[in-house]
Design a protein around this ligand. Structure first.
Ligand code: CTP
Ligand code: MG
Length: 231
């Protein structure tokens, strides 16, 4: 059986959410947002280790957020970008558990169905990487710096990427180390890092409930969802 680790990045500041706390620590259904995804990974029998990446100045908030959870690794400290935070977490995992597979997840996506984890792990038997994704409903436009449309990719070819994103551990660590040598390019997800390294990454069926809490209004949705999950 492969050793599978989860890496949850929670070192952002949540600027767009406009809350007084960084969004991953805002209580939803009585628990900080971060608590939910960590709990989902800890509860999944295929996951051997759970590594969180936090900002150093959020250490106390993190301790509060993980109250009642057992089996987490000590957190790593993140960097200025999501990409830097992921690399910090991969380094932490390399030292601590040296897993075969890693699932890299945004703390800002609290509700994580076990079936998505299952689908990702199954897809890794045949591919370098796998990510959950959904078809897009809007027509997506590519625009230039003046807002002028330069391309309209055909909608059936487009997917909205979610997390967790799953990879063979050594492969994604090498891809991230290589990406870190190009500070002029910032990759917004790990599939883009993998793509840049020439890896073959597939999409599996995502889930609407994996939605990322980004803006203030997303908290009403998260609160409602937390209540329904409890009921
Ligand atoms: N993240 C991180 N380290 C950073 C930036 C982001 O670990 N330097 C994490 C966030 O905590 C979040 C995930 O990456 O769980 C996705 O990022 P995003 O939704 O953009 O969160 P923030 O960067 O915190 O929010 P914003 O962009 O609105 O400031
Ligand atoms: Mg951000």
């Amino acid at each position: 059986m492969p050793r599978i680790a989860a890496l949850v990045v929670a070192a952002g500041s949540g600027t767009r959410a406009g809350q007084s706390l960084p969004k991953q620590y805002v209580p939803v259904g009585g628990k900080p947002l971060l608590h939910y995804s960590l709990r989902a990974f800890l509860a999944h029998e295929a996951i051997h280790a759970v590594q969180t990446v936090i900002a150093h100045e959020h250490t106390e908030l993190f301790k509060q957020a993980v109250k009642g959870l057992t089996g987490l690794l000590m957190p790593s400290f993140g960097g200025a970008t999501r990409q830097a935070s992921v690399l910090a977490g991969l380094r932490g995992l390399a030292e601590r558990v040296s897993p075969d597979i890693v699932l890299i997840h945004d703390a800002a996506r609290p509700f994580l169905p076990a079936e998505v984890i299952d689908r990702l792990i199954a897809a890794l038997e045949r591919h370098d990487g796998a990510i959950p994704a959904l078809p897009v409903v809007d027509t997506i436009k590519q625009v230039d710096e003046n807002g002028v449309i330069v391309a309209t990719p055909p909608r059936p070819t487009l997917r909205a990427a979610q997390t967790p994103q799953a990879f063979h551990f050594d492969t994604i660590l090498q891809a991230h180390l290589k990406a870190a040598e190009r500070p002029d390019i910032e990759f917004s997800d790990d599939a883009a890092v993998a793509e840049q390294a020439g890896l073959r990454v597939v999409v599996v069926e995502g889930a609407a409930i994996l939605r990322k809490v980004t803006h203030g209004e997303d908290f009403a949705w998260a609160e409602d969802m937390a209540r329904r999950l409890k009921a």
